[in-house]
Ligand binder design. Structure first.
Ligand code: NAD
Ligand code: DAU
Length: 357
């Protein structure tokens, strides 16, 4: 694989993937990103003099632009991270989620199919379209249910999850109908450096550092399966190279935690690293009004990717969380750049009416 088109490579997971791809020389990278509120080009600043990295600002839903990028850069594979990714935003304004996650993925698939059909038969065989999706498409588990497998029926519960489920179905259809060599991954909650602070872990770290309340939806007993982002990126590269076309792979952290537990762990790390006069960050915890339709539990059975490709997560939650907190402590310029007026508006919009439950 020489050239990889990465979409959404200025967001959290995409940027971590691009940095890893260039550092480990997995491939030359062309990064196509619309630069929504969730993106940050500062994350990729170290690549500005890299001749094998190109950035293009644009929308995956703009088929003319995508076709031009494909013709110009002739990628051997595409990895699609581009999405609206925050569940709470999908509840308050679902339109953008349908536009990018569903219609955008459709336009990207269509442009990719037209490009792929014109390749030589050898390049056609080697070409891959990897779609990065989520475990949320499988719906919600009870505490005693077995974890999601690749054959678990889809049951998305939020507009975000439904838009991702729709995109997964389109990817499947492009493989079955046109033979486009697709792969789909369904991953659990990621955490790590450079995550936009609307998501639980970075929001908690930054609010705690500012002495602000740490909002926990409902009773804090909802469970997520946390995966360190670098482990996810390694898994994606492996699927890209060795995954069986037309297949889906579940990727998880083997690390189920209640939200309350996650927040308490972050508080304990901060108590060790920055507390003055014995201040307990957990005193900032505030239980607030629940997320509508809040899925109770996600858990991933990653037996297939382990058996077929030999992947398993390397990072423990304790070590990954420590690295993550340390990253936010050492990158205040990055943090300042993402907490603009638009971010403050979001915090007001999402939390003002929640208050104490
Ligand atoms: P993110 O919100 O941090 O970044 C998304 C990126 O996509 C941003 O840079 C944004 O500018 C770009 N983008 C949005 N709309 C676009 C469009 N129309 N055209 C081009 N670029 C566009 O998201 P993330 O957390 O990095 O997630 C990446 C992917 O992984 C998403 O598809 C998401 O559904 C999936 N996923 C995320 C997680 C997680 O825990 N974060 C877990 C499983 C799966
Ligand atoms: O499971 C994979 C998904 O994980 C990805 O597909 C999504 O893109 C990603 O955003 C994430 O979705 P979640 O909704 O699980 O992540 P979030 O960080 O928003 O919330 C994690 C849990 O914490 C969830 O149960 C809701 C809760 N929560 C979240 C926020 C922002 C709180 O209790 N308080 C909060 O302020």
């Amino acid at each position: 694989m020489q050239t990889l088109l990465v979409t959404g490579g200025a967001g959290f997971i995409g940027a971590n993937f691009v940095l890893q791809a260039r550092k480990s020389q997995w491939a030359n990278v062309v990064n196509l990103d619309k630069l929504t509120y969730a993106s940050n080009l500062q994350t990729l600043a170290e690549l500005q003099d890299d001749p094998n990295y190109h950035f293009v600002q644009g929308d995956i839903g703009n088929s003319e632009l995508v076709s031009n990028v494909l013709e110009q850069h002739q990628p051997d594979a595409i990895i699609n991270f581009a999405a609206e990714s925050h569940v709470d935003r999908s509840i308050l304004s679902p339109q953008d989620f349908i536009q990018t996650n569903l219609l955008g993925t459709f336009q990207l698939l269509e442009a990719s199919r037209l490009y792929w059909q014109k390749l030589s038969s050898q390049r056609q065989k080697q070409f891959r379209f990897l779609h990065v999706s989520t475990d949320e498409v499988y719906g919600s588990l009870s505490p005693t249910d077995t974890p999601f497998r690749e054959d678990t029926p889809y049951a998305p519960n939020s507009p975000y999850a439904a838009s991702k489920a729709g995109s997964d179905h389109l990817v499947r259809a492009y493989y079955h109908t046109y033979g486009l060599p697709t792969l789909t991954t369904n991953c659990s909650n990621n955490y790590g450096p450079c995550q936009f602070p609307e998501k639980l872990i970075p929001l908690t770290i930054l609010n705690a550092l500012d002495g602000k309340p740490l909002p926990i939806y409902g009773d804090g007993q909802n469970v997520r399966d946390w995966l360190y982002v670098a482990d996810h990126c390694d898994a994606l590269y492996l699927v890209l190279r060795q995954g069986c076309i037309g297949e889906t792979y579940n990727i998880g952290g083997q690390n189920e935690q209640t939200n309350l537990n996650v927040v308490e762990k972050i508080c304990a790390v901060l108590d060790d690293l920055v507390s003055k006069s014995g201040f307990k960050h957990s005193s900032l915890i505030a239980f607030v009004k629940d997320r509508p339709g809040h899925d109770q539990r996600y858990a991933i059975d990653c037996g297939k990717i382990y058996r077929d490709l030999g992947w398993q997560p390397k990072e423990s939650f304790d070590s990954g969380l420590l690295k993550t907190v340390e990253w936010y402590l050492s990158n205040s310029a990055w943090v300042d750049s993402v907490r603009s007026g638009a971010y403050q508006n979001w915090i007001k919009q999402n939390y003002e009416d929640r208050k104490a439950a």
